[in-house]
Design a protein. Structure first.
Length: 199
């Protein structure tokens, strides 16, 4: 399969690529790195990327940042910035990419554990994760031409545990292998409209 991985150089993206690179052609896209550059929050940039790449069998979104901070100190702009970046960035890849994905292809989005396992200072991330999960579930029943869509919901990844030290008390980090297998299940398997949890 010809698979586009957006955000493939980050911790989660690397976990996905580690499993998908065996037997598939992987194209990496990122804001500043990868085989092709894209700003997922800019519709023109996303459309230009798809036009340049041509037909794909799968699109994987491992991109987006939400806002971490106390809810009592958060302003509407900070909250909206998180939604635009993590939620709309990934949804743009779907809405603008459907015509570029082959019949029977797939989209895999990335949410996270915070939609059902809250932490302090994580309310924006929780909202973003929940929105992505719900979009995948809702969109699945309308996807054309047999295209599937799922969300992978990883817990605290081993590779990112040090960066988020103190934010996830008591959480056992998830192995890169476990997260990689979740992406393989979404792309190489047959499920659709699923939230694939990795805890």
């Amino acid at each position: 399969m010809r698979i586009l991985v957006v955000g493939g150089t980050g911790a989660v993206g690397k976990a996905a690529v580690s499993k998908l690179s065996k037997g598939h052609e992987i194209i990496l896209a990122g804001g500043k790195s990868g085989d092709i550059q894209v700003n997922v929050m800019d519709e023109a940039s996303v459309s230009a990327m798809y036009a340049k790449l041509g037909k794909l069998d799968a699109v994987v979104a491992c991109t987006g940042h939400s806002h971490f901070g106390p809810v009592a100190e958060m302003g509407p702009k900070q909250f909206l910035d998180g939604l635009k970046d993590k939620v709309m960035g990934q949804i743009n890849l779907v809405l603008l990419g459907m015509a570029h994905v082959n019949d029977g292809g797939s989209f895999t989005l990335t949410s996270g554990i915070l939609s059902y396992e809250p932490i302090r200072q994580g309310s924006n991330a929780a909202a973003c994760d929940g929105a992505i999960d719900s979009f995948a579930i809702g969109a699945a029943i309308e996807m054309p031409r047999g295209i599937r869509i799922n969300a992978v919901s990883p817990g605290l990844l081993e590779a990112a545990a040090q960066r988020y030290d103190g934010y996830f008390p008591g959480h056992i980090p998830v192995s890169n292998d476990r997260v990689g297998y979740a992406y393989a299940k979404s792309i190489e398997g047959a499920v659709t409209g699923q939230v694939i949890r990795c805890e």
